[in-house]
Design a protein around this ligand. Sequence first.
Ligand SMILES: [Zn+2]
Length: 352
Amino acid sequence: MKREGGKIHVSAEVLDFHKKALVIDLHTDCLIASRLLGVDLGKKHRAPWGITSPWFLHADIPKLIEGGVDGVFFGIVTHPLPCGAYRRAMRNIAFAHYTIKKHSDRISLALSAEGIVHAKNRGKIAALLGVEGMHMLDGRVERISNLYNEGVRYITMAHFTSNRFAISSADPLRENARLGKQGVLAVELMNEIGMIIDVSHTHSEIVRDVCRISKSPVIASHSAVRALRPVFRNMSDEDIKSVAETGGLIGLIYASDWLSGGIKRTRLSAVVDHADHIKKVAGSDFIGLGSDWDGFIRTPRGMKDASDLPVLTQLFFERGYKPEEVENILGLNFLRVFRQVESSSKKRKESA
Ligand SMILES: [Zn+2]
């Protein structure tokens, strides 16, 4: 492994492999800074002088292109207060559509697995929408269908707070949490209409219940592993097995605090350590990418932002991953999940 000035060198072969592969990121929060601070996603942004590890400015369109990203889920995020959250979510979704249209020369909305492939074939980044937290339903399960009709393709069961449908991993009253009747209804409706269920930020007991009743694959869009960094936000081995049993996957998060903690930013190889653990517990078919770029995270040393992503592919090869495993982790595993969610929803519709 060659390192020039601390930077990991990406070989020409690996760079070529990475550019050809279908690369899908399952959670990027770049719309937050765009909406609140007016950051133009069409331009490449640099942090002000002296700031080496900003908490955002990781992903704009030029950086995503440079990093070989072909598909990206834009997180739809609101603050956790339940009152009026649905209205705020709809406003944020409208902003997402406005942003995607504004940059239609380089990105285009994708509503299906085929839509992602189609966008790549046309040389564009597929933009998808994921809602982070069911507090945005304001307690009404049928709004899941409205979100689907607005182009949303996954919903995270909980965010920083618990809601009517699910308990958050951050909830202080989390002992003996179970999925209630409303949560069951939400899972059933998502299975029926083909909305992907996301259990990042969700309490372990709820993850198990959701995976047990879901008839479609379940994802954790942006998470790390609790065995390597024991913290509430991360996935236990049982969570990982539960998700894998549905045929779903865990998107690797690039947040130093969840990967290793400590004052210093983590080494990039920590991301591969977490992948290794998921591989050991469940297999490499159940791993994807879920950066959490721009989600107020501290990115690992060696991969400051989206433009550096090929470095991660280089590290996977150096760790002994086979080319088809790397290809699967970069995007094909998620494509399989998305197709399964779509087809099982169609089957259910036909048999109804
Ligand atoms: Zn999150």
